[in-house]
Write a protein that binds this ligand. Structure first.
Ligand SMILES: [Zn+2]
Ligand SMILES: [Zn+2]
Ligand SMILES: [Zn+2]
Length: 126
């Protein structure tokens, strides 16, 4: 599953290594050579699983549909931003830590007896 274009409807065959990729970035991440440019692109429709070719120099609006099942495969790409994803995960970790700190604070405040506090400190150090 491509993490760059979340709504990808087709897989594209890279003309250089003849492997299938959801997008050029998937190719860039897994291959160490640049993606070769080609006039005749080979696609594989994700909906009907059939392959078709398009001459990209003769590209028309009707070519935005799979010739086999009419799946509209040229969509405005919903691109995931990997940087934001990583930041989001970090924020979740931070939130969890902050919440733990708050719980500890509340526990300390509600602990009136020294013995209880001592117990609590032992728990913390355990
Ligand atoms: Zn390649
Ligand atoms: Zn991708
Ligand atoms: Zn199709």
């Amino acid at each position: 599953m491509c993490k760059h274009i979340l709504n990808a409807q087709v897989t594209i065959r890279a003309p250089c290594c003849r492997q299938w990729f959801d997008c050029a970035e998937c190719h860039a991440e897994t291959q160490d050579h640049p993606l070769a440019k080609t006039i005749e692109m080979a696609f594989l429709c994700k909906k009907c699983k059939k392959a078709f070719r398009k001459d990209i120099t003769l590209y028309e609006e009707s070519d935005e549909y799979c010739p086999h099942c009419d799946n509209h495969y040229v969509l405005e790409a919903k691109t995931a931003k990997p940087v934001v994803g990583v930041e989001g995960e970090d924020t979740r970790v931070d939130n969890r830590m902050l919440r733990d700190e708050r719980i500890k604070d509340a526990k300390i405040r509600s602990t009136n007896l020294d013995d209880d506090l001592e117990e609590f400190m032992k728990e913390l150090n355990a």
